[in-house]
Write a protein that binds this ligand. Structure first.
Ligand code: ADP
Length: 483
């Protein structure tokens, strides 16, 4: 049994902007089920959705500010949540990181540096709860200062830093370092300085006792210039303390047998019920009702990472084929406009929903036949796992967690009953189109298709195995920082 302080800037269902929240919502629960004593610490954003009681724990003085710590629970769980309450920084409406135009909040460095300092106070039991963790588990750049600040402490807990996406590094002008009172010992090129900028993520990469990323393939990819964004050398240097642990998914929330958001529940044994969800999806999005037409789905942030430009390049050819395409997402305004224009031109084939809609996301996973995920890079990715669990065959690019979780349909994998999707290599519209054509060919053979759906639905994506790997990692740490 370990005492674990889990530090994160988002956790579903409290607040979510992407996969980070799914992981930070479900991994602590899985660790608690393995009898660990775990507390999650998160800023008290205005948009945070808590359900239970909130009680005042204490007020601490940090960096010349009075910060309250409040205590609540994760909804439907025993996981204790500590809320870092400093209204001037966190009582903003909406998204934790950006305003409605997608522009980062101007004081993000101050907001997350304070959050890190408070997490350090909690880690050292200076919040007077008679609770000192063995492990402090930090996630992404918003928490990167925690391992750095902790190296300045005596008898500190061990630290783990998990990279959910290397593309987001928390870089700020170097003048920010002085404004944030970063100690001189941390402010140098072997510390938080990165090409004359202040880098939050470097705090985690340099000072954590162990670094993990969310898939084994991504752990290797980030040691190369293509995916390391200038930090590949540092990661290569620390590779002895770097590993990949694939994310699980919340198998209660994403379960076609029990999903309250879908029109008709089903299992691998009752796949004949799945098409009722396709009909509902077509009806809801104004597409012609048609059982036989292959329906493609896509859910996600509309950014280059997700290969949205590749989809746009393919669309002119796709609309010449007999298929339907449903997309739910938001992001780059230019992508949004181009996609909406295509939907206006071809309303009988394309339905584009700009926005964030949890319920519709579930219906798309259940109603689509095929899920598109042509990401240029993908640390782990969750939707390809949700899709497989819903018998919706994913088309993915061979990168990061997509490569680790989808088995390509090849003669041998079809024969061995392991084929669960379509995998293509090159990040180009041509390769994606080939993959789509290969998928349509397989779709035209109902027996093969059904076998693939059953293969996909039989895979184990639960947190159990991954949580055990994190436990083994925690056990191996001795609290000593090794460079
Ligand atoms: P990332 O973290 O890079 O955004 P992931 O695939 O790891 O990508 O996780 C994305 C999560 O956010 C999934 O749970 C996905 O269903 C959800 N999601 C993304 N965009 C939307 C949206 N527009 N509406 C509903 N859910 C969304």
């Amino acid at each position: 049994m370990k005492k674990i302080l889990f530090v994160t800037s988002e956790a579903h269902p409290l607040i979510k902007t992407g996969g980070l929240a799914d992981v930070c919502g479900s991994l602590p629960k899985a660790l608690a089920e393995l009898s660990n004593d775990i507390k999650l610490i998160i800023p008290n954003y205005q948009a945070l959705k808590t359900t239970g009681d909130i009680r005042f724990l204490c007020t601490i003085r940090v960096d010349n500010r009075n910060v309250n710590i409040l205590e609540t629970h994760m909804p439907d769980s025993h996981v204790v949540v500590w809320l870092v309450d400093y209204p001037v920084y966190y009582n903003y409406p909406g998204n934790p990181y950006v305003d409605e135009q997608g522009v980062p909040w101007p004081i993000n460095a101050e907001r997350f540096a304070l959050f890190c300092r408070v997490a350090v106070e909690a880690a050292m039991d200076r919040v007077h709860q008679h609770w000192k963790p063995d492990i402090v588990h930090c996630n992404d750049w918003q928490t990167g200062m925690v391992p750095a600040f902790l190296t300045l402490e005596q008898e500190r807990p061990s630290t783990v830093f998990t990279i959910h996406n290397m593309a987001y590094q928390g870089l700020f002008p170097s003048s920010t370092a002085a404004a944030l009172n970063i100690p001189g010992r941390l402010w140098n090129p072997d510390g938080l300085e990165f090409h004359e900028m202040l880098s939050f993520i470097k705090g985690g990469l340099i000072f954590a006792d162990y670094i993990t990323t969310v898939s084994p393939t991504y752990a290797l990819e980030i040691q190369t210039p293509e995916f390391g964004y200038g930090l590949e050398g540092l990661l290569d240097h620390r590779k002895e303390f770097l590993g990949g642990i694939i994310n699980g998914i919340d198998t209660d929330q994403w379960n076609p047998e029990k999903d309250p958001y879908i029109a008709q529940r089903y299992t691998a044994a009752t796949l004949n019920k799945k098409p009722a969800n396709k009909s509902e999806l077509q009806k809801r999005l104004g597409l012609p009702a048609n059982d036989l037409v292959p329906l493609f789905g896509l859910i996600g942030r509309l950014v280059e990472q997700k290969g949205i430009d590749l989809i746009l390049e393919c669309l002119p050819e796709l609309i010449t084929m007999d298929l339907q395409f449903v997309l739910l997402g938001s992001g780059d305004k230019d992508f949004e406009k181009q996609l909406q224009k295509m939907a206006q031109l071809y309303p009988e084939k394309i339905a584009i929903n700009i926005g964030y809609d949890e319920a519709l996301a579930h219906l798309i996973e259940a109603g689509a036949d095929i899920f598109l995920m042509p990401s240029r890079f993908e640390p782990c990715g969750l939707n390809q796992m949700y899709s497989q669990r819903y018998g919706t065959i994913p088309i993915v690019r061979k990168t990061g967690g997509l490569a680790d979780t989808v088995t390509d349909a090849l003669p041998e994998t079809l024969a061995r009953h392991t084929a669960s999707g379509i995998v293509f290599s090159e990040a180009s519209a041509g390769s994606l189109l080939e993959a789509i054509k290969r998928t349509l060919f397989l779709y035209s053979y109902p027996d093969i298709w059904k076998r693939m759906q059953i293969n996909a639905m039989s895979k184990d994506f639960s947190w159990q195995r991954s949580a055990e790997q994190y436990m083994a990692l925690y056990e191996s740490l001795k609290g000593e920082f090794k460079e």
